[in-house]
Each structure stands twice: as C-alpha cells, then as structure tokens.
Design a protein around this ligand. Sequence first.
Ligand SMILES: Cc1cc2nc3c(=O)[nH]c(=O)nc-3n(C[C@H](O)[C@H](O)[C@H](O)COP(=O)(O)O)c2cc1C
Length: 192
Amino acid sequence: MKNILVVQGGGRANGNTAQLVRSFMQGAQDAGHSVELVNLSKTEVRGCLGCNACRYGKPCVQKDGWNELVPKILAADCIVFASPLYFWTISSKLKAFIERFYSIALRDDDPPLGRYEAYPVRDCALLMTAADDLFWTFEQAERYYRFALVNYIGKRDRGVLLAGGCGDTNGKPRIAETNHLARAYEFGKHLY
Ligand SMILES: Cc1cc2nc3c(=O)[nH]c(=O)nc-3n(C[C@H](O)[C@H](O)[C@H](O)COP(=O)(O)O)c2cc1C
C-alpha cells in the first residue's frame, strides 16, 4: 500500500480537472492505496518570496497553507500534480505550490551539474485537462513537469495523463463525454 497525495491546482468545483482527479483517486483507492487530496483552491499556497529564511534553518515565513502541508509532502510516496491547462502551462496555483519546495530543499555538498540542493526523493505523476487537443497542446506543461519535478527536483516519474478536448470554460465541463475518466481510473489503479 502506498501513500498518495494529490495536489489539485485549481479548476472549477465540479469541472474537468476535479472529475479527472476523482476518477484517478477512485482507481488508486480500489487498488488499496491511501489517497489524500489537497485542493489549492481551498488551501492557499502563495508563490515563494525568495527571502531565503528557509536556508537558515527556519520554516517558511509565509503564513499560508504551506507549512501544514509539509508533513504530508514528506510522508507521501507519490505526489500527483493535477491542473487545468492555463495559457499552455500549469495553473499559477500549482506553480506557486512547486516554488515552495525551495523551503524543504536539503543541503547537497556535491550536487550534480545544474542542481544546487537535494530534495527528498519521491515518486510523482501529472494529471491535466485542456479545451484543445492538438499535438502541442500540453507541450510546455509536460516539459515543465519533466524538467522541474523529474530532472531537477529528482522525483521518479510514475506517468502522465493529458486529457485534451474537455470542452472550453464557457460551457459545462465535457470530460464525461470522453474516455479520459476511464483512463484516469486505470492510471490510479495501476500506478503501482
Ligand atoms: C484562464 C484560462 C486559460 C486557459 N488556457 C487554455 C489553453 O491555453 N489551452 C487550452 O487548450 N485550454 C485552455 N483553457 C481551458 C481549460 O484548460 C479547460 O477548459 C479545462 O479543462 C478547465 O478545467 P476545469 O473544468 O477543471 O475548470 C483555459 C481556461 C482558462 C480559464
């Protein structure tokens, strides 16, 4: 049994992303995993201030939801990052959350080229929804995930589910008319 933390970076209350996350979580729960959801629309996590207080042994100075999430992040075997596609990348809420990993970086006296600190190694996955469904729709979002979370922070990728063609935000969410929810369920079920 694994401990899975799903971090949802916004989206409508019952929107495409929320539905995708629910299907994924159901699959993971049915596989026997412990799954918890943090919705960044409810738990506010602001972007990093760059003050560097955390580099001198202090917890992050910001008074928002981050510090209470840190024990959950450290205890998770896998963090699943979920977001609607906003202007061709992840939402600002999810980006702000990722910036705050700065405060849990560990000293690394011999870092690999291009990295300055170490991070607790855990697994990760990405779930995204978008209106469009072109071959380049998720390119920047997926690249950011692979570069920042997998290559830089050093998480181990468990997979990516990119759900395009979910309908625009002017109308009702249409993900239920696609096969993405079934795919998300299977992804959760077979994550491990
Ligand atoms: C601010 C904003 C920016 C968006 N940018 C894009 C985009 O760049 N490409 C795209 O295909 N869809 C874009 N969309 C549409 C959403 O990604 C899509 O409707 C998504 O499934 C909405 O998620 P939700 O139903 O969970 O709110 C955008 C929507 C909003 C509100």
